[in-house]
Ligand binder design. Structure first.
Ligand code: GDP
Length: 253
């Protein structure tokens, strides 16, 4: 797929008035499938902020995305065999007015994956995290009972320079319902140190802990600067083009 957002002419007029108020949870609920890519160059160039969800398999990433977007199946579709090694993009914002994109990256560290595939995917992920221009933030999901694994540490090393340059970063400690208060506080203080310039939060899909807070944070990341009207228009065009492509062959399985 090769889609180039068309730059909108600069009108010279004032920016459009702000959109009607929307809650971060309402905004998350607008998430819908945009596209999937097995390789980086298949990802469409997008101008709106992109937030990547990464983590080892079983960390609770799909459950977290589904909880945040209040949709039962959104991220599970990407777990079907064969689809696990794709980057899946979800649009946020009202139809035709995409103002951010979530990127669900493949879970890593799954023992049954052949070594060659693991290595290839580590490379794709590292390239994505280093080169994706519109990447605004990264959410690293981690089961605090296991702590950061070796692969998590590799990923941290890859993104550290970008975090120092201002890329937003959150370590999300999942399944917090399985921890006592004391364990939770301890895990949080360790994760805060590991996050470097980023932050850390406890999250439980089961108890709905941290859900509003994370939705608010992602909203803040995505709307930090006033939305560039050119970018908004480009993304609307992109959305229209992608909608048009629905007749193309279905996603790979
Ligand atoms: P992924 O491989 O990272 O996408 O992980 P999943 O979202 O599939 O979750 C892995 C396992 O952890 C599943 O059995 C989930 O039911 C469980 N899980 C996910 N989130 C929570 C949570 O907040 N609390 C508890 N107790 N279990 C969870």
């Amino acid at each position: 797929m090769s889609i180039k957002p068309t730059a909108a002419p600069v009108s010279g007029t004032a920016a459009p008035t702000s959109p009607p108020p929307v809650t971060p949870m309402g905004w998350m609920h607008t998430a819908r499938f945009l596209t999937t890519a097995a390789q980086l160059h298949h990802l469409p160039p997008i101008v709106v902020p992109e937030i990547a969800f990464v983590g080892r398999s079983n960390a609770g990433k799909s459950t977290c995305i589904n909880t945040l977007t209040q949709q039962k199946q959104l991220a599970y579709a990407s777990k079907r065999p064969g689809r696990t090694q794709h980057i899946n993009l979800f649009s946020l914002g009202k139809q035709g007015l995409t103002d951010a994109v979530l990127a669900d990256l493949p879970g890593y560290g799954y023992a049954a994956v052949p070594k060659q595939d693991k290595i290839r995917w580590q490379r794709v992920m590292a390239n994505y995290l280093v080169t994706r221009e519109n990447l605004k933030g990264i959410v690293l999901l981690c089961d605090p009972r296991l702590g950061l694994t070796e692969l998590d540490e590799v990923l941290l090393d890859v993104i550290r320079p970008r975090v120092q340059e201002g890329l937003k970063f959150l370590i999300l400690l999942t399944k917090a319902d399985k921890l006592t208060r004391v364990e939770g506080a301890k895990a949080l203080s360790i994760a805060r140190l590991q996050a470097g310039g980023g932050e850390a939060k406890l999250f439980s899909a089961l108890k709905k802990q941290g859900v509003d807070e994370v939705a608010q944070l992602l909203w803040d990341w995505s709307h930090e600067a006033p939305i560039d009207p050119d970018a908004a228009q480009s993304s609307a065009l992109l959305q229209a083009e992608l909608n048009h492509e629905e007749d193309e062959p279905p996603r790979e399985d």
